[in-house]
Design a protein around this ligand. Structure first.
Ligand SMILES: *Cc1c(COP(=O)(O)O)cnc(C)c1O
Length: 571
């Protein structure tokens, strides 16, 4: 929101700066692509609730990530998102300059205020190069999230990291004590901080001072996912800005690696779930890597009927999400009624958009997330004949899909087409819909309106995952591969169900992970989940209640921020 008065805001009170390439706060502000950005938005909302003196820095993305359209075969086309930043935020008069390939690029900034439940507010700064003084090419630097080639990406990171620090200072924030790097995209801020220490301390970089200030959260459990750039490209873009003594500390396998730059120069480093912490310690030996499991912002992801229910039984939950533990005292009937209200809202929305004719009583399975190979959206369709047999013998299901593939991820796009072909093949048996343009609004409807939340990532690629935490806030059990957060949240048949053999030795080696996991998925769907849904309302609603009490009470950003405050920000 825009703020009209801020007489009491003392800039020196803000001591934490949170940097993220993408931030997802609201469906109307399309500057996010998926989990990383939503996490950033939910982090800021929790800090506003808990009065953590933070400010946040990100990129403008005037054309958003993209608007997704799908034709009848599931071919994705990407369109710029049309929106007016001025409707939501205020353009400040402040401008700064960043040198890129020897050119001066001017950066301006938009200010947006996030208000917590008790009225405390956190400013978010959106950096924007679309100013008349810049060349057309430079105006476009902040036009699109993750658009363009490698060089374009590096230039965006220069604007975020170096431009971000400068603009904060130009606005008047001079008392920042911690810089939180949400993933390595903002690592270049370290260069600017080091440069400034060199000016202060006549001619040496004060690495220790900067290390003391930096907190780095890594999100990527596989080596190939880490951002890196060729030395020549970096020299071309940054010129003298990357001196040899710093460059040395960022090199990995001959490339300038943003993760390494952050690892070398951050005092506190963490992965985003317990398992991901372990994987990161193996991947980056020698660095002290902790873990803080992600969460979601409880109020944002709780549907209206459940908000009303919690307000009645657990007053104070909006300010203190730990209190959701006491959902154990809410009657199962009230939980079911709230769920059915949210489910009807979703089914009506889907039928209105697609004419799919879905109904309120059929077991509804939801699957929505970025569409990319390791998420394996096809796993439910691994064996179509088996699936047909299951719905004939055990009971009916209907299925909702949504998700965007990155514009350059051709295999992700193929996955969408593949699901469309399965939808056609199963048309007579199962109603399945793939909704266009997955965003925060559709996310809210899906994670509150389906009956089970399906998640089938290939281990260990899911660093944390968060959409399953959203479903827990609405009493919806997870049915998921044991990876990321679900390893911590899963109690079989109590909070939901796992997918996949427990021990590798349980199965013969000649079948693939996909086949093993699909076999277990079908087995549980047929023998446990569908029969329980239709025949054992007591047990089903007990599981719903447990998802709130055991999972929503922990997998939220209030708990997560408590941990960042204790372990990273003020220690
Ligand atoms: C929550 C959310 C995500 C992240 O989902 P994961 O299951 O963690 O991958 C992505 N996109 C949108 C729109 C979301 O709301």
């Amino acid at each position: 929101m825009k703020r009209h008065l801020h007489p009491l805001d003392k800039k020196e009170d803000r001591i934490i700066a949170y940097f993220s390439m993408e931030i997802g706060l609201d469906a109307n502000i399309p500057t996010y692509s998926g989990g990383l950005g939503i996490l950033a938005g939910d982090t800021i909302k929790a800090c506003a609730d808990l009065k953590v003196p933070m400010l946040a820095v990100t990129l403008m993305c005037q054309k958003g990530y993209f608007y997704q359209k799908l034709d009848h075969e599931g071919n994705q086309t990407e369109h710029p998102v049309e929106w007016n930043p001025g409707d939501y935020m205020e353009l400040l008069p402040t401008k700064i300059v960043v040198s890129i390939e020897g050119r001066d690029v001017i950066v301006q900034v938009w200010e947006y205020w996030v208000k917590g439940v008790k009225g405390y507010e956190i400013p978010v700064y959106f950096l924007d190069t679309n100013v008349p003084e810049n060349t057309d090419q430079d105006k476009n630097i902040t036009s699109m999230l993750y658009g363009g080639d490698e060089k374009f990406r590096l230039i965006q990171e220069v604007i975020l990291g170096i431009g971000g620090v400068r603009i904060m200072q130009a606005i008047g924030y001079h008392n920042i004590q911690k810089y939180h790097l949400n993933e390595g995209h903002s690592s270049l801020l370290i260069l600017e901080l080091l440069r400034q220490t060199k000016i202060e301390t006549n001619d040496t970089h004060n690495f220790e001072k900067v290390r003391e200030q930096c907190v780095f959260t890594t999100h990527t459990p596989v080596p190939a996912g880490h951002d890196n750039f060729g030395i020549d490209l970096v020299k071309q873009v940054l010129g003298e800005f990357l001196p040899e003594d710093i460059m040395k500390r960022a090199l990995h396998e001959g490339q300038v690696n943003m993760t390494w730059l952050a690892l070398e120069n951050s005092k506190y480093i963490n992965g985003v779930a317990k398992k991901h912490g372990e994987i990161s310690r193996d991947m980056f030996p020698g660095y002290p890597i902790d873990s803080i499991t992600n969460g979601v912002h409880s109020l944002t992801w709780t549907s209206e009927p459940f908000r009303t229910l919690y307000d009645k039984h657990i007053p104070g939950w909006r300010m203190d999400a730990f209190a959701l533990r006491y959902a154990l005292k809410i009657s199962r009937k009230e939980i079911w009624d709230a769920h059915m209200q949210a489910k009807k809202k979703l089914i009506d929305f889907v039928n209105g958009k697609t004419n799919a004719g879905m109904d309120y009583t059929t077991l509804t399975i939801g699957f929505a997330r970025r569409c990319t190979q390791y998420k394996r959206p096809y796993l439910l369709f691994q064996n179509i004949d088996k699936l047909r047999e299951i719905v004939d013998t055990a009971g009916k299901i209907q299925v909702l899909f949504a998700g965007k593939a990155h514009p350059k991820d051709n295999s992700g796009k193929e996955l969408i087409k593949n699901i469309f072909s399965k939808i056609t093949q199963l048309k007579e048996k199962i109603k399945i819909v793939y909704l266009e343009n997955y965003d925060i609004e559709i996310g809210k409807l899906f994670t509150s309106g389906v009956d089970i939340w399906l998640n089938t990532p290939l281990k260990p690629w899911e660093a944390s995952g968060t959409s399953g935490m959203k479903s827990c806030h609405n009493g919806i059990p997870n049915f998921s591969v044991l990876d990321g957060w679900w390893i911590e949240g899963h109690i079989e048949n109590i909070t939901g169900w796992s997918i996949g053999p427990k021990h590798k030795t349980e199965h013969k080696d000649h079948i693939t992970d996909d086949e093993k996991d699909a076999e277990d998925l079908y087995y549980k769907l047929e023998k446990l989940i569908i029969p329980m849904f239709y025949n054992d309302w007591d047990k089903w609603t007990e599981i719903m209640r447990h998802t709130i009490a055991f999972n929503a009470s922990f997998f939220n950003t209030h708990r997560m921020i408590h941990q960042y405050v204790l372990n990273a920000y003020f220690h």
